[in-house]
Ligand binder design. Structure first.
Ligand code: PBG
Length: 329
């Protein structure tokens, strides 16, 4: 680092004095191109159901999707992420509804692709938790999730979602070896253009609570997800996860949650130079939103927080604020 001169000749405040100068010397900026909007979907007609633990976020029935997606496109958001709320009678221990080509997510993909073609990207999670009666991301046996049996189903789920028009498959299950198997199956079945956005670094986190409420898995979850999601004490392990997923064919990687893991985002970016997506998860959204509602913060903290992801090296952010701030950018 080169520092020329010293106080009083040198004054770093000079560059900050005027707004134009602050703009001129800014190192990072947030734009609408950085935002991925998650959308919760639910069966039925004319539904817009508020999610109690996430003020301002709703579950929409498919007939409401057109206008939501249209306004995302209008504001320039490049991608949406679909998350289904599955009715409890469709859940079972194997999560078989995940393999129904006419399940909620698949119908949503088809609808959106038909109407909007390639004007916006569609991302779908690959994992079984929306569909299992025990709330785990895979096949649950003897108090654990069975890795290799789970992958077989995830591969099928990937193919079904890809054939419904999903552009970006995002395995969020944290099984070992699933990226390679999914990539191979996609290529073999004519989906070589479908991208894989791996949740490579996903921590077993307390911040997912409101999401599990939103997709209806909260009260079902048996135990916790610590045998497959990462331990928040670790960061070397995050680099190993990313290295493996890149080797297996991931196009981009997610670090999740977001704000408590900026150090991980920075390390991943510095080590791998691959597109890194931060996931500002449901609990982060709720904390900020609650504080804004109580007037503890004003809503400038949203942009401050999202910009911190850019500063740490993230290319984009999955955030429930996407639709709310896109117009301000
Ligand atoms: C499912 C999944 C989760 C989230 C995204 N995909 C929850 C979990 O792993 O329990 C969390 C997202 C959020 O909290 O916003 N595998």
């Amino acid at each position: 680092m080169i520092i020329t001169g010293k106080y009083p000749q040198l004054r770093l405040r000079r560059n900050r004095k005027n707004e134009w100068s602050r703009r001129l010397t800014s190192e990072n900026s947030l734009s609408v191109n950085d935002l991925i909007l998650p959308i919760f979907i639910v069966d039925g007609k004319n539904k817009k159901i508020p999610i109690k633990s996430m003020p301002g976020v709703f579950r929409y029935s498919l007939d409401k999707l057109n206008s939501i997606v249209q306004s995302a496109i209008n504001s320039g958001i490049p991608m949406i992420a679909l998350f289904p709320y599955t009715k409890s009678y469709l859940k079972n221990s194997l999560g078989t509804e995940s393999l129904n080509p006419n399940n909620l997510v698949c119908r949503a993909c088809k609808l959106i692709k038909k109407k909007f073609k390639n004007k916006i990207g569609i991302m779908c999670d690959v994992a079984l938790d929306p569909y299992t009666s025990h709330g785990h991301d895979g096949i649950y046996q003897k108090n654990d999730v069975e890795n290799d049996e789970t992958i077989k189903i995830l591969v099928e789920q990937s193919l079904i979602q890809a054939s419904s028009g999903c552009d970006v498959l995002a395995p969020s299950d944290m099984m070992d070896g699933r990226i390679g198997k999914i990539r191979k199956a996609l290529d073999f079945n004519g989906f070589k253009h479908v991208q894989i956005l791996s949740y490579a670094v996903k921590y077993a986190s307390g911040y997912y609570g409101p999401f599990r409420d939103a997709v209806g898995s909260k009260n079902l979850l048996k135990g916790n997800k610590k045998t497959y999601q990462m331990d928040f004490k670790n960061s070397d392990e995050a680099l190993r996860e990313v290295a493996l997923d890149i080797k297996e064919g991931a196009d981009m990687v997610i670090v999740k949650p977001g704000l408590p893991y900026l150090d991980i985002i920075q390390k991943v970016k510095n080590n791998f130079k691959i597109p890194v997506i931060a996931y500002q998860v449901s609990g982060e959204y709720s904390m900020i939103t609650n504080s804004i509602q109580k007037k503890i913060y004003n809503k400038d903290v949203i942009i401050e927080t999202l910009t911190s992801f850019k500063r740490s090296g993230a290319n984009a952010i999955i955030t429930y604020f996407a639709d709310k701030i896109a117009k301000e950018l």
